[in-house]
Design a protein around this ligand. Structure first.
Ligand code: EPZ
Length: 489
């Protein structure tokens, strides 16, 4: 196959990303292939043709023939630039990941808009759903998922270990097919993160669940039955898994002490468009009346409130005026009050938010994370990065995850003065941070280091940007667009 034929294949498949997903779901490999290969070996021509005819959904590209581009895994930032201009907010990762799983509940297509599709976590979820038998096509921020031919009900360890969000296939698979086998996600950098509430809730709905060889084996041959479930602890993922499972259960399910995050309401809105009967979204009591089947739907994913909050904090740290395009200020009310107290001016302009610092040094204030509508744990690291430069002392208390202070030693290496003990940290504001080579072990800690780098004196190098790419779409390009001196290398 010549490069021309390959280009034709891309065209037939509906774009490089679509061909990438048909072949090995790796767009970068397709790019590398197109850019570096003049001839494609005959065996691979057959594979591509089979993929394009729908005979196979996956095969591996041979790394010797189609070398993957060398991953860029560091970011260099020269601090001290004011940020000014417009920043587009992407669709919410933590809504999109769950809504993709909702597609498993129906044999019709789910059409999604405003998908944050340049994210590793979305790629991992795509890989998992494709492995189960879904047909997925995506182009820019659009994605279509069809789960008509799902025949495999196992979410394997190799995929689940990359991203805990894959546990969200458990409820939908069990509800529609009566069985599911999902690898236990295990702990992660921010804590042990058990899934007992997901399992207990599904058992209350009649599922038989055993744990074997690191897998959750769940069966409900006669289908799930509605139940009254009172969560002993607020859990985003358990609320979502059980809400999805309940849409196809017999009778009514009531979820009490449910999580109220806007991403859960967005998932619920999508399920309602698919024909589900759900009441109480956004409150701590969600009622779901099971229906026999769900249909396809069109849904636009809500804007990412955590990305929005991250850039609000960036503006506070660097000075300048940023307009955040397509953001929802109402989803950040707990954060807005605190940002205003510390000295930022924030105004709403239709769907946009305009933010700048009031010209004075920011003031230190105390924060404590809590389930929504409290202060989000996913903004704790970024807020702490901001407090390192505020006037006076501040205290940050993390109540959701037991090990979410990995950014502390790294920020201290940049000149911050933070003492962490247990789940609290005291931050004594310093006048300036100094650039350094830093490394983080989770998504939000990584972005906190990028924020610190934007204001630090000199050069900051952030290693393992893999973490950032899990959750921040085009972060380097977006920050360059508002004047940051930042590059990947
Ligand atoms: C979601 O994780 C988010 N992830 C996290 O986003 C976010 O930090 C978290 O909610 C809290 O807001 C996704 O949406 C993919 P939980 P989730 O169940 O659902 C304990 C990011 O950076 N718990 O609400 O896993 C748990 O250990 C991330 O984007 C149990 O004890 O969080 C934690 O202490 C990371 N048993 C607390 O509850 C369970 O069965 C809250 O966890 C489930 C949870």
């Amino acid at each position: 196959m010549s490069i021309k034929a390959l280009e034709k294949a891309v065209e037939i498949a509906g774009g490089q990303s679509a061909l990438g997903r048909l072949i090995d779901r790796d767009q970068k490999a397709i790019w590398a292939w197109i850019n570096t290969t003049q001839k494609v070996p005959a065996e691979d021509v057959l594979k591509i043709e089979d993929a394009l005819e729908g005979k196979v959904s996956r095969f591996e590209l041979r790394p010797d023939v189609y070398p993957k581009p060398k991953p860029l895994d560091k970011i260099r930032i020269i601090g001290g630039q004011e940020l000014n201009g417009e920043l587009p907010i992407s669709g919410a990762k933590n809504a999109a990941l769950k809504i993709m799983c909702a597609a498993l509940l129906t044999d019709q297509s789910l059409h999604l808009e405003n998908m944050p599709n340049a994210l590793r976590d979305i790629d991992s979820q795509t890989e998992l759903l494709t492995h189960l038998g879904c047909v997925i096509s995506s182009e820019r921020d659009l994605m279509a998922i069809n789960a008509k031919n799902v025949k495999d009900f196992t979410a394997p360890y190799e995929i689940v270990r990359k991203m805990r969000g894959s546990i969200l296939v458990l409820g939908p698979l069990l509800a529609r097919f009566g069985e599911a086998k999902v690898s236990l996600p295990g702990g992660c950098a921010i804590g042990t993160r058990p899934v007992d509430l997901h399992i207990k809730g599904l058992e209350d709905m009649g599922a038989e669940i055993t744990l074997e060889g690191g897998y959750i084996n769940a069966k409900a041959p006669k289908g799930l039955t509605g139940a009254k479930i009172v969560f002993p602890k607020v859990s985003v993922g358990a609320t979502e898994n059980l809400m999805m499972a309940a849409t196809l259960a017999k009778g009514e399910t009531i979820l009490s002490n449910a999580a109220r995050e806007p991403e859960i309401a967005d998932l619920g809105e999508c399920l309602i468009k698919m024909g589900a009967k759900i009441d109480g979204l956004g409150t701590d009591t969600i009622r779901i009346e099971g229906v026999k089947s769900l249909s396809g739907a069109h849904h636009s994913v809500l804007p990412d409130r955590i990305e929005t909050g991250t850039w609000l904090i960036a503006a506070g740290m660097t000075g300048g005026t940023i307009k955040l395009k397509n953001a929802r200020i109402e989803h950040l009310s707990s954060v807005m009050g605190l940002l205003a107290q510390s000295g930022m001016e924030i105004e709403q302009d239709g769907e946009d938010i305009i933010v700048h610092r009031n010209g004075l040094r920011l003031k230190g204030i105390d924060i404590m994370t809590d389930p929504y509508p409290g202060f989000p744990t996913d903004l704790q690291a970024q807020f702490m990065a901001m407090l390192t430069l505020a006037e006076g002392a501040a205290m940050v208390t993390e109540t959701i995850f037991e090990n979410r202070f990995m950014h502390v030693p790294e920020l201290n290496r940049m000149g911050a003065d933070i003492t962490a003990q247990g789940n609290s940290a005291i931050i004594r504001g310093v006048k300036k941070l100094k650039g350094a080579e830093v490394m983080a072990t989770d998504l939000r800690a990584s972005v906190a280091l990028v924020l610190a780098g934007l204001v630090a004196e000199g050069e900051t190098v952030v290693n393992r940007i893999y973490h950032l790419e899990r959750g921040y779409e085009n972060i380097v390009e977006k920050l360059q667009g508002v004047g940051a001196q930042i590059e990947k290398f």
